[in-house]
Design a protein around this ligand. Structure first.
Ligand SMILES: [Zn+2]
Length: 140
């Protein structure tokens, strides 16, 4: 008989014992999140603008008799138009910010789109003032 599946004894990334977050320790679970994003970088709903990652989620069908919940949609249901580098233009009212892409994953997750519009009042949150670090380029 083989051994039965059980939680790994150590973090899959750093080796710390007794990981609590699906095989990763607390410090490394973010790494797992970004690795997952890299594996799904082709996903047409994955948006990367100015080093930030967003997720276009399904539009919730409007129910005429019920006012739209403001908490259930990204950015309160504001309308964004996103122009992807591949030519797609997507309009969404359910855009969620995942977060800033850490530098170490930036190369694997380059920008793939720009905002065609940013709703008034969301300029700061949506396309944040980015602390640009000088990019060092290796020759070539
Ligand atoms: Zn770890």
């Amino acid at each position: 008989m083989g051994r039965r599946m059980e939680m790994p004894p150590e973090c899959a990334h750093c080796g710390k014992a007794d990981p609590q977050y699906g095989g990763y320790c607390r410090a490394c679970v973010g790494h797992a999140t970004w690795m997952h994003a890299i594996q799904h970088a082709w996903d047409p709903s994955q948006v990367r603008i100015d080093g930030y990652m967003y997720d276009i989620r399904a539009e919730l069908p409007p129910i005429p008799s019920v006012p739209e919940p403001t908490g259930g949609k990204g950015f309160g249901g504001r309308r964004f138009i996103i122009r992807f580098h591949d030519g797609r233009v997507v309009e969404t009212r359910n855009l969620w910010m995942i977060g800033i892409i850490p530098d170490e994953y930036r190369e694997a997750l380059p920008d793939n789109a720009v905002f065609e519009n940013v709703p008034p009042g969301l300029e700061d949150r949506a396309s944040a003032k980015r602390r640009r670090r000088p990019r060092t380029k290796k020759g070539g």
